[in-house]
Ligand binder design. Structure first.
Ligand SMILES: Cc1ncc(COP(=O)(O)O)c(C=O)c1O
Length: 439
């Protein structure tokens, strides 16, 4: 495809785009259970306005745009305040959870390089449930990832963590909560273990950081997980998840400057001048920084608390509703609004397929096989109809009247049957080529 010879009118361009959007997942209608954190039209309007105001500004050079510098430092500081940070806590905004995790691993690696040059093959200990971004970081940064098993409640197994520590360990990780079952790792215990072995400890609170403090305020039990826990040296938290910011906004926090300095890249001998960059990005979109600042100031603690209450009420209804459907089980004890459910007697992916046919988008999990739900304020209105559809889908699979698994469910089924090592990877590579092909 070539760039068109003559441009079209603005209206034509926008109309084409609007029509394309009509085929996308219906997130405003609460049909998606991941990907979008929608908290209503009012908030969306604020995000659009704040983003557009700073659409062209570039956070690469804070001296040119002091406004963006203020947004970033205040977002970082407010986030640190929310998550147990003290006067020494420092951090930066990044483009998302994966980016923040990459920064945490790079920092731990480079700090270890400086302090322990004898470690030539660094390793990090990561629970099985921690996000796939840690595998990405391991691959990009050449740090070996040791995945440790979970206990029966889907929390990182402490004795496995202890046993995995060796002289090459530079970083240990816990999630608050982990994406798959929405369960919190034993952060306090893991951090103490890391500290007593002089190892950096990262809390991945990308998903929970903007919700757990409010869930706790509402009276739900939330174990300690943040920077106030001794031994925690860094923490990632996404403003673009339960902070409700526009996409492209996450925060990486460090215990103190002595950690964060290893995150920087500084090049003094480039003909383009001195190039110093705090995170992985060069150009940094001003809109994402501005919208994050806007939403935090607009909602305030009380706004976040109100939304948390709505989410938790919906989550409780959902959990009770799923427990009431024969053959379905909730996995573990979810701490907040992220739930996985499975079936010991029925094919849960087949149930997922029937839900797909009804327009719902549920992520698939493995080890064990399960379906996944992340509750947002958009779900309050649709919970009754969702539970009705789920009960019907389960009944159809039980009675054998559902059509064979299609789409993602079929793909997971096929992958499970691939016995040869590497085959599944090749299949996914091919799929990614197709999805990202030049049309
Ligand atoms: C626990 C956890 N960590 C990290 C990430 C990665 O975040 P992102 O998709 O913004 O890179 C996610 C995403 O869902 C997550 O749930």
């Amino acid at each position: 495809m070539k760039i068109p010879q003559n441009g079209q009118s603005k209206e034509d361009v926008l109309n084409t785009m609007r029509a394309l959007r009509d085929n996308d997942a219906d997130w405003k209608g609460g049909k998606t259970w991941s990907l979008v954190y929608y908290a209503g039209e009012d908030l969306l309007d604020l995000l659009q306005k704040a983003y557009t105001l700073f659409l062209s500004e570039n956070g690469l050079n804070p001296m040119a745009f002091p406004s963006l510098q203020k947004f970033e430092s205040e977002v970082v500081s407010m986030t640190a305040g929310l998550l147990g940070g003290g006067s020494e806590t420092v951090g930066n905004m990044t483009s998302g959870g994966t980016d923040s995790i990459l920064m945490a691993v790079k920092t731990a690696r480079d700090r270890a390089r400086a302090r322990h040059p004898e470690i030539t093959n660094p390793e990090m200990i990561v629970p099985l449930s921690a996000h796939g971004a840690f595998n990405k970081a391991a691959q990009y940064l050449d740090v070996k990832i040791i995945r440790i098993p979970l206990d029966a409640d889907f929390r990182a197994d402490l004795s496995a963590a202890r046993a995995a520590i060796n002289p090459n360990t530079i970083l240990m990780v816990g999630s608050a909560p982990a994406y798959p079952q929405g369960v919190m790792d034993p952060i306090k215990e893991l951090a103490a273990l890391a500290q007593s072995n002089n190892i950096a400890f990262h809390v991945d609170s990308c998903l929970g950081g903007f919700l757990l403090p409010f869930v706790r305020k509402l009276g739900y039990p939330v174990p300690e997980f943040d920077l106030s826990v001794p031994g925690v040296t860094s923490l990632s938290v996404d403003v673009h998840k339960y902070g409700y910011a526009a996409k492209g906004a996450s925060v990486i926090l460090y215990r103190d400057k002595d950690f964060r300095k290893y995150q920087y890249t500084i090049t003094t001998d480039w003909s383009g001048g001195i190039y110093a960059s705090p995170t992985s990005a060069g150009t940094r979109p001003g809109g994402a920084l501005a919208a994050a600042w806007a939403v935090m100031n607009y909602l305030g603690e009380n706004g976040y608390l109100r939304l948390a209450e709505k989410i938790m009420n919906t989550t409780q209804t959902l959990i009770q509703g799923i427990r009431a459907i024969p053959d379905l089980q909730i996995l573990g004890e979810p701490t907040m609004s992220v739930i996985a459910f499975a079936s010991e007697s029925l094919d849960i992916y087949a149930i997922g397929s029937v839900m797909d046919e009804r327009g719902w988008h549920l992520d698939r999990l493995q080890y064990p096989t399960a379906l996944h739900l992340m509750v947002t304020p958009a779900h309050t209105e649709v919970i009754t109809i969702f539970l009705r559809d789920l009960a019907e889908a389960t009944a159809m699979v039980r009675s054998g009247t559902s059509s064979p698994a299609q789409g993602t469910a079929a793909m997971y089924g096929m992958l499970a049957q691939m016995k040869e090592p590497g085959m599944a990877k090749e299949f996914i590579q091919e799929l990614m080529d197709q999805l990202t092909r030049a049309q």
